[in-house]
Design a protein around this ligand. Structure first.
Ligand code: SF4
Length: 459
């Protein structure tokens, strides 16, 4: 850690303030992936143990925290917009502003130099130090920085502070050793390390006892999980055996080391969802080589073949458009493979160079924004057609859906997902279903992203 004095002193209430609040109020926003959502739960737990309180209203807060993502350009831009807004508010009434997570780690220099109103920067391996740094900033106006990466930190003993609901996440490993050339994760989250299985199973049991019905096991490279004799397939099956859990998902496995035992577990265990997220990124071998993905198109297809032989397992994927030097013909190969594999869903991203990555050092980012945009839109539109076709094929059938909450547009409708992770919406009407029930829904209508139906019967 290093601390430098704050540029502008502020006046803030100490913890012993006469206000009816016991401690400082914290407002926190999270950007990015499920791992970041999970980290926010860890941060809340760490801070509440030290007397901080959380508020959903930013105007009530003494501390504003952003848990950030460094993977994509738009996450950067969103953060910079938010920071500018709170800079003005800080001038008016004094606030401590903290940036956590991957951007704090990857862009610490830039953030320190160009945004002097940020008080605290904390990387993903240093959340335990956050309460001290914030207290220092609040009470002594000191600027704090903690961005050391750890080979050991897994936060295994921290009980995440959840917001309730039937979905729970468990991070089973952190970091990544793959160094895909476009990706910043190995630099922001450090080397791979796995949690001990006992703490993971305890967490799963605790979640089940708190009403969680669906658990997603998280890791940047989840099938690299290893702790002594435990590999990821063994862990997955044991979590799936925890009483009370109805569904297990995991994300993201890497195609280059997808073990047969894991495929067997997905195919055989009734609780493990028959859906695998298998990031392709590109279907062209030269691009895959440049990306450092560790597999060829043929090897990826062999894996897909092995998966499809196991039964009706649905695939989803990630794709990058306009990576360094990608020609029209190379892009076309990705398009053609999408056509061949007909993913249930694809998350399509326009390549944006990330500082400190191998690609940033080695290859010019030479595809124009317009071409990148066109290719991205082409794949997004094409995937919509494919998803619509899959979803329309379900009209007239019944699907099992876990009730996860109210629909976004109406509290008179339930929302849940199929085993294949497709969103389903249906009217509550006079049904006696409850949150966390697994119900059968007759599908009557479909869009590329949502199925609409009527409840059939209790399960
Ligand atoms: S596997 Fe590749 S893309 Fe995924 S987190 Fe690791 S380096 Fe990034």
């Amino acid at each position: 850690m290093s601390s430098t004095p704050l540029l502008q002193p502020r006046s803030l209430k100490p913890v012993s303030s006469s206000s009816d609040r016991a401690g400082y109020q914290v407002y926190m926003e999270t950007f990015g992936c499920q791992m970041n959502e999970y980290d926010t739960e860890l941060v809340r737990s760490i801070m509440k143990a030290r007397g901080f309180q959380f508020t959903p209203v930013d105007e009530e807060a003494d501390v504003i925290l952003f848990n950030t993502c460094a993977i994509r350009e738009n996450a950067h831009n969103r953060l910079y917009g938010h920071l500018a807004r709170y800079k003005a508010r800080k001038k008016e009434r004094g606030l401590v502003i903290g940036v956590l997570g991957c951007m704090a780690q990857n862009l610490k220099q830039e953030l320190l130099e160009t945004r002097s109103w940020i008080d605290v920067l904390v990387g993903p391996d240093a959340y335990r130090r956050l309460p001290d740094l914030l207290t220092d900033a609040l009470e002594h106006q000191r600027r704090g920085l903690a961005v050391d990466l750890s080979e050991f930190e897994t936060y295994a003993q921290i009980v995440p502070d959840r917001n309730g609901g039937v979905n729970g996440w468990i991070a089973v490993m952190r970091g990544c050793d793959n160094f895909c050339s476009f990706c910043v994760v190995p630099y922001t989250r450090g080397r791979e390390r796995s949690r001990d299985p006992e703490s993971i199973l305890e967490e799963a049991q605790r979640l089940a006892s708190h009403g969680v019905r669906q658990i997603t096991l998280l890791g940047q490279n989840v099938n690299s999980y290893r702790s002594g004799e435990w590999d990821f397939a063994r862990l997955l099956v044991r979590v799936a055996d925890v009483p009370g859990i109805q569904r297990i998902r995991f994300t993201s496995p890497h195609p280059k080391d997808f073990p047969p035992a894991l495929l067997e577990a997905v195919a055989q265990h009734p609780i493990i969802c028959n859906q695998i997220h298998l990031p392709l990124q590109s279907a062209n071998d030269r691009m895959l080589e440049r990306m450092g993905r560790g597999y060829t198109r043929r090897e990826y297809l062999n894996l897909v073949d092995a998966i499809q032989k196991k039964g009706p397992i649905v695939l989803t994927t990630d794709l990058i458009c306009g990576f360094c030097g990608e020609t029209d013909a190379e892009f076309q190969e990705t398009y053609d493979l999408m056509k061949e594999l007909e993913y249930q869903a694809a998350f399509v991203f326009k390549y944006s160079e990330r500082k400190h990555t191998i690609a940033a050092r080695k290859y010019p980012d030479d595809i124009s924004e317009q071409v990148k945009g066109n290719r991205t839109n082409q794949l997004i539109e094409f995937q919509k057609e494919i998803s619509l076709k899959h979803n329309q094929a379900l009209i007239g059938t019944e699907v099992d859906v876990l009730i996860e909450g109210n629909a976004k547009k109406s509290d008179q409708q339930w929302m849940g997902h199929t085993e294949h992770n497709v969103t389903v919406v249906w009217p509550k009407e006079s049904s006696t279903h409850l949150l966390g029930d697994l119900v059968s829904v007759s599908i009557q209508d479909a869009t590329p992203s949502t199925l609409y139906g009527m409840p059939h019967s209790h399960k």
